[in-house]
Design a protein around this ligand. Sequence first.
Ligand SMILES: *[C@@H]1O[C@H](CO)[C@@H](O)[C@H](O)[C@H]1NC(C)=O
Ligand SMILES: *[C@@H]1O[C@H](CO)[C@@H](O)[C@H](O)[C@H]1NC(C)=O
Length: 257
Amino acid sequence: MMNPILFFLSLTLLFHSHFSTTQAQSPAASPVPAGRPNIMKILEKDGRFTLFLRLLKSTSVGSQINAQLKDSNNGLTVFAPTDAAFSSLKQGTLNSLTDEQQIQLLQFHILPTFITPAQFQTATNPLRTQAGGSDPGEFPLNVTSSGNIVKVSTGVMNTPISGSIYTANRLAVYQVDSVLLPWSIFGTPVPKAAPAPAKAKAPALALAPLMPAEKKTPPAKSTPSSTVNTSGTVSLTMHGMVATVGIAIVASFLLQQ
Ligand SMILES: *[C@@H]1O[C@H](CO)[C@@H](O)[C@H](O)[C@H]1NC(C)=O
Ligand SMILES: *[C@@H]1O[C@H](CO)[C@@H](O)[C@H](O)[C@H]1NC(C)=O
């Protein structure tokens, strides 16, 4: 058996040598600026964002944020929904999303620039998010401020920014008490622009229900039939049909006036 004191000493030596090697290595291996923030650590430390954190990890969006903070000079702004915000979603909301939609939902909470609370007052709507386009029907996100209150609206919902968790080193993390629901996933679909043909068709469709009602009037139908000669049933029926349709159209036209 090893002497316990010797064992302890060798352990200390091992630890010490390991520690000094890593210390010596780290500046050379990766020149880390002292102040580079880590979104996961910031949220972990706070403790109220465990669900958001879990999603950031499962979708890898969290590590993308950290990578972007390293590469971009514009910084980032993150709207972090609290655990309470996620629990107040309609049950099954998150599970009903595809993997891609979950990523989009998270990216919708991230703006590709560092925005201070004061800058929200002068921001130009709609803001650009990491999720995609900000046109109607896509991922528009607006901020409006009145006094000290800044509200975020998506067209589906709106919520105030209820706190600032971190604003330094080109990263801003703000607390929101609702999950920001993007129009693209939770809004009603915006119809594609094709107004001219759609409108031209509408009156024709409206005519259809009127026609059976008009057919009921027997005089209209019998009048043309009586004038037709006996040359053949085919021509007679054809003639009769054309007359009926013609009368129905005229009648419904009159009804519309
Ligand atoms: C956002 O702001 C733009 C520009 O003011 C406006 O056109 C749009 O309707 C707004 N959208 C929402 C969802 O508030
Ligand atoms: C009957 O009508 C048809 C056309 O509807 C015409 O071609 C034919 O000559 C007519 N016959 C008589 C006997 O009038």
